[in-house]
Write a protein that binds this ligand. Structure first.
Ligand code: UD1
Ligand code: CA
Length: 461
């Protein structure tokens, strides 16, 4: 069966009151449009056309995946006009065309496939997904005749008080025979309250032309929820969050408070991992089994091994972490941190673009940037790799078994050889050979019998 899909994503989304195009607003850390495109891909169309307008370049960049065609709607004259903008990209395509709004991330490929199935089996010219919802305000309502056949869709703004009471809404998802679509769109006018070309008008026109129209009611009403404002955005996110969290919990992940646990649908988490409240796991993160995360952890686009403990209020982005590692509380692992097995990263430690060898410890109050640290190294409290000279970043190399004394400044580029030691409070500016002790601090001076004298003007009221 020949199927193509058109996703409408050109609108500004006035009701979002935002500079960001509506379809780019994130849901669980991903633009809402990407969910729609995933669902579309799952229905295996031959072609996908995304209609762009507002924030065209940003939208293109954020979803710039292969296999997507783009059409442009220069002026936003309504959904009917937007769909028509895909005409050029689909010229020569014969079959059925799915049309979807870019602002309803809860749609699933299962529902799309079901719509296409009902459409083909029913020999329909146009079919669309509907849903009964408790608060239909804002949506187009589905008008049916006494026999239950669809008559038309009426937009909220054009609806009479009685029509507004109808709870069956148009989800904005259609499946239309290609020939019929391009023909019927020519008949859509803009004689309505919003002076827009409504895609919804194709239903009434089809009925009038005695074409076969099917309104397919979705079993899960929540799937039809669109996002027009930020209240709906939060509602949709809550539903999606529950979907993701429920399936993780069923697969063996514990969540102390799923209501405050946010996991991207792209994340993978091993069984017996426990997630504490207020934790965010975004992007293509992978977490091994038996780990413990949070409370209040943020983990993004990172790969964590088994038995990892990410403690209270730690932030991890674009990092690789081995097995049995401890991170935090209050640790900041920045892009390019590679933490090997059994490492301990303690409180108030920041690590950037550095490899920390297995069994090493950075337990307290340190900055490690652009460093390569070997195995079984101990980094004392308050150590800093001084990696930046104001122009360039330089590397610090610390070999296996080194002991860095507390409050050591390692002025890069620098190398501390295997098994070496630095004295507490040292500023190390020259390479330290293997096994050596390096001390770089002023010798202590002691002045005997020194008592502080009150200075003039101080200490008086
Ligand atoms: C639309 C439907 C309504 C349905 C609802 C479901 C119409 C006229 N109404 O209303 O029946 O219940 O969706 O959520 O279709 N867009 C463009 N170009 C435009 C206008 C819109 O690309 O000129 C895109 C938007 O970016 C958005 C989608 O089309 O992704 C829907 O537009 P929106 O203005 O949100 O339509 P609704 O008022 O929600
Ligand atoms: Ca909408």
């Amino acid at each position: 069966m020949n199927l193509a899909a058109v996703v409408l994503a050109a609108g500004i989304g006035k009701r979002m009151k935002s500079h960001v195009p509506k379809v780019l607003h994130p849901v669980l850390g991903r633009p809402m449009l990407s969910y729609v495109i995933d669902a579309v891909r799952g229905s295996s169309p031959k072609k996908i056309v995304v209609v762009l307008g507002h924030g065209r370049d940003d939208v293109k960049e954020s979803i710039g995946q292969a296999g997507i065609l783009f059409a442009e709607q220069k002026v936003q004259l309504g959904t009917g006009h937007a769909a028509d903008c895909a005409r050029g990209e689909l010229a020569g395509f014969k079959g059925n065309i799915l049309i979807l709004n870019g602002d309803f991330p809860l749609i699933t490929s299962k529902s799309l496939k079901n719509l296409v199935k009902k459409h083909t089996e029913g020999g329909a010219d146009v079919s669309f997904l509907t849903a009964d919802i408790t608060d239909p305000s804002g949506y187009g309502r589905v008008l049916r005749n006494l026999k239950g056949g669809v008559e038309k869709i009426i937009e909220e703004k054009d609806a009479s008080p009685d029509e507004k009471k109808i709870s069956e809404i148009n989800s904005g998802t259609y499946c239309v025979k290609s020939d019929f679509l391009w023909e019927v769109l020519k008949g859509v006018g803009s004689g309505n309250r919003q002076k827009e070309y409504y895609l919804t008008d194709i239903i009434e026109i089809a009925v009038k032309r005695s074409r076969r129209v099917l309104g397919v009611k979705s079993r899960d009403g929540s799937e039809a929820l669109g996002v027009n404002d930020r209240v709906q955005l939060s509602e949709v996110e809550a539903i999606l969050k529950k979907r993701v969290n429920d399936s993780l919990m069923r697969a063996g992940v514990s969540m102390i408070d799923p209501g405050t646990t946010f996991v991207s649908p792209d994340a993978r988490i091993g069984a017996d991992t426990v997630i504490y409240p207020g934790t965010y796991i975004y992007g293509k993160t992978v977490i091994g089994a038996g780990s413990s995360l949070g409370p209040g952890a943020w983990i993004q686009d990172s790969v964590l091994g088994k038995g990892v403990e990410v403690r209270l209020s730690s932030y991890i982005a674009n990092c690789k972490i081995g097995d049995n590692v401890i991170v935090g509380p209050f640790a900041h692992l920045r892009p390019g941190a590679e933490i090997m097995d059994g490492v301990k990263i303690g409180n108030f430690v920041e690590i950037k673009k550095s490899r920390i060898g297995s069994g090493s410890k950075v337990p307290h109050l340190s900055y490690v940037g652009d460093a390569v640290i070997g195995k079984d190294v101990n980094i004392g409290a308050g150590t800093i790799t001084c990696n930046y000279d104001g122009f360039r970043k330089h590397e610090t190399v610390i070999e296996d078994g080194v002991f860095i004394g507390s409050d050591t400044m390692l002025v890069a580029p620098i190398r501390v050889g295997r098994g070496a030691t630095t004295g507490a409070g040292s500023t190390i500016t020259k390479d330290v050979p293997e096994g050596a002790l390096a001390i770089g601090r002023a010798k202590q001076t002691v002045i005997e019998n020194w008592s502080r004298k009150p200075r003039e003007g101080k200490g008086k009221k």
